[in-house]
Write a protein that binds this ligand. Structure first.
Ligand code: C2E
Ligand code: MG
Ligand code: MG
Ligand code: MG
Length: 285
């Protein structure tokens, strides 16, 4: 009967939910184990000045290869780390390691480079975050101006008042701040104007649809918005020469993307920087 089918659906729905929850618990357990045994690592993706194509900075991106040798994308494990609170310790580890790499790179002749690290809402809202950040820059001896905290727009813009307060204090300590994945949230312009962001990162989805007339207009609008608010505008996910040329024409200041450089391990980065120093970037076409 219909009733039985309905009851069956409910049972299936529950079983799926349980399966999913079990998977998440298992994945979180593996993630914690991998993190505690030092198996996570960072990849670094360069950021470029759009006019000169000089490297101006790096972004640290977390990498996890699970015990079956499969790379688990951050989009899958970061939300789990956030929900469980693990992200707080993990984020601290990311900053420490990224800053150690920055020291290394800067002392090898790249003394203008800055380091971007992704910063999650659980870190932002942690009651002791300000002390933790002060303690960290003291411990690793870094000028906080060289460290750029990238915060996703959707996150930065909910609980605006609370976040604005913390962000302003983080800015006071001296960190640089970026609004990441810009255009995917629904920022109120008045709040965006009040938020102490230095950089606006145009979300890659807009860059990748900029070859249509309406897509181009959207990118143009976002770049202009960033300029109007006095922010440095950086485009993510640039994959083609056409996208690069358009962004340059629109007045975007910096770029990041596979066209110029992919995220790299420490060793790959060292090799890449050495070859970049002698040959610069060669673009096809
Ligand atoms: P995000 O901060 O916006 O980083 C950009 C993502 O785009 C990275 O993905 C990067 O590998 C990818 N990407 C760069 N250039 C291109 C391109 O030309 N084409 C395409 N298709 N993709 C490109 P990834 O490494 O998978 O990271 C995804 C997201 O995970 C990041 O987005 C960030 O939000 C989060 N994430 C990564 N590492 C961390 C971390 O240490 N802490 C936190 N809280 N989040 C992190
Ligand atoms: Mg980012
Ligand atoms: Mg992004
Ligand atoms: Mg993102």
């Amino acid at each position: 009967s219909a009733k039985a089918i309905r009851r069956g659906e409910v049972v299936m729905f529950n079983r799926k939910m349980v399966e999913k929850a079990t998977q998440h618990v298992e994945m979180l357990r593996e993630l914690r184990e991998a993190f505690d045994s030092g198996k996570l690592y960072l990849a670094y993706q360069p950021k470029f000045d759009i006019k000169t194509l000089d490297v101006v900075g790096l972004e640290a991106l977390l990498r996890w290869e699970n015990k079956h040798g499969v790379m688990v994308p951050p989009q899958r494990f970061i939300p789990l780390a956030e929900k469980s609170g693990l992200i707080v310790r993990m984020g601290e580890w990311v900053m420490e390691n990224a800053i150690a790499e920055l020291h290394k790179v800067r002392s090898s002749g790249w003394n203008d480079l800055k380091m971007g690290v992704n910063f999650s809402v659980a870190q932002l809202r942690h009651p002791e975050i300000l002390d933790a950040l002060r303690e960290l820059i003291d411990r690793v001896q870094v000028d906080p101006n060289l460290v750029d905290l990238e915060i996703t727009e959707t996150i930065a813009m909910d609980d605006v008042k609370g976040n604005m307060e913390v962000l302003t204090r983080i800015k006071d300590i001296g960190f640089e701040l970026s609004v990441d994945d810009f255009g995917t949230g629904f920022s109120s312009l008045s709040y965006l104007q009040k938020m102490p962001f230095d950089n606006l990162k145009v979300d890659q989805s807009f860059v990748q649809t900029s070859d249509t007339p309406s897509g181009r207009k959207i990118v143009e609008m976002i770049v202009n918005l960033g300029q109007t608010l006095g922010m440095n505008v950086i485009a993510e996910g640039v994959e083609t020469r056409e996208q690069l040329d358009l962004l340059r024409e629109l007045g975007c200041q910096q770029v990041q993307g596979y066209l110029l450089a992919k995220p790299m391990s420490c060793d790959e980065l060292t090799t890449w920087l050495a070859s970049f120093k002698t040959q610069g970037i060669t673009l096809d076409g």
